[in-house]
Every structure is written in structure tokens, then in C-alpha cells.
Design a protein around this ligand. Sequence first.
Ligand code: ZN
Length: 202
Amino acid sequence: MKNLWNSIEAKRFRNDILKMRVYSSRLLGENRQLVLHGGGNTSVKLMGKNFFGEEEEFLIVKGSGADLATIEEKDFSKLSLRKLLKLVEFENMDDLDLVFQQNLAMINPDSPSPSIEAILHAMIPYAWVDHTHADAVLTITNTPSGEDLINELYGNRVIKIPYVKPGFKLAREVFKLKKDLDWKKFDGMILLNHGIFTFGET
Ligand code: ZN
């Protein structure tokens, strides 16, 4: 697979995190051989000051309904990371409550609502998080021996999560796993029958 990252082009956005996030999100979404319509969702975490002048960590994440192929700056929402991380401490939560609370965590209520998967992005302890419903991963995992094939291909390089419908239950699965996980040991996380998360400091 050809890496579409262009260092010269990317240099133009080095001082603007959101523009860089748009650039790298489009690289994932533009190629129909990599992902189908919609593609998944991407995010980036950054420190900043809130309205009250307090230093806080934010999550900028793709809003629902946008397509990674054509995404623009306005299609991302900025949320309070602290509020998102508190949500996952609940033992159980209705998905409608999750969506409602995620909306309440938005810094600008006029931004698009974040994806129900925003909470997963919040939990991954890296600044840059890419999540795609990648055709290649789905082609392999959507088979009776999908998990074995993933083990054969990636061994211990990826975290594997059995299929759970996206929402609070999936977030909770990842939360429980995360507690004793050394994320540095992994290149990514494969959600069986769903897609892949990759992450990094840059
Ligand atoms: Zn997904």
C-alpha cells in the first residue's frame, strides 16, 4: 500500500493542528479502496484555555455525518476531555444519555454532534487517533475465523476487541482493558467486525 502522506504538503499545516487533522483525515477517506463511504472518524487532543481562562485538555473529533474524504475544519467539534473521561467511569449508561452528555461536553454548542465513538477517542492516551472502518480489516474479520487470521497477521502488535455495538458498552470494554494496558507495546487496536484504531503522539 502506498503511503499518501506528503511531507512537503503537510509542512504547510505544521502550526495549525486542526488544518493538519483535516489533511490527514482526508488521506484516509479519499481512497475508496481503503474505506467505504463515511470512512470512520479521527481526532486530536490538545491543551488550551477554556472560557474561564483555565488550562484544560480538549478533544477535537469528527462530527457525525461528515465524510472523511471531504471533511473540513467546520466538521470537527471541540469537547472537554475531562468531561468525556468521567462518563466512562459509570458502570452502565443508556446510549441516548451518552450522546446527550457528549453533546454537553462540546465547547461550542453550534458544532456538529460528535460521533458516538468520540468517547473511544477520548480514552486512547495519545494525541492523534485515527479510526477507520477499513475494507481490508473488515474483509478479514467478517469471516468465521476472522480472529485467528488477525492473530496470524498481527500477533501481539494489536489490541483485539470482540464485536460490541458502538456505544457505551464498547467504550466500557475498552475502559476495562485500558486499566492494565501498556499502550506503547501496540501499533493499534482492531475491533472485530468493525474496524481499526491507530494512534500516536504525532
Ligand atoms: Zn467505528
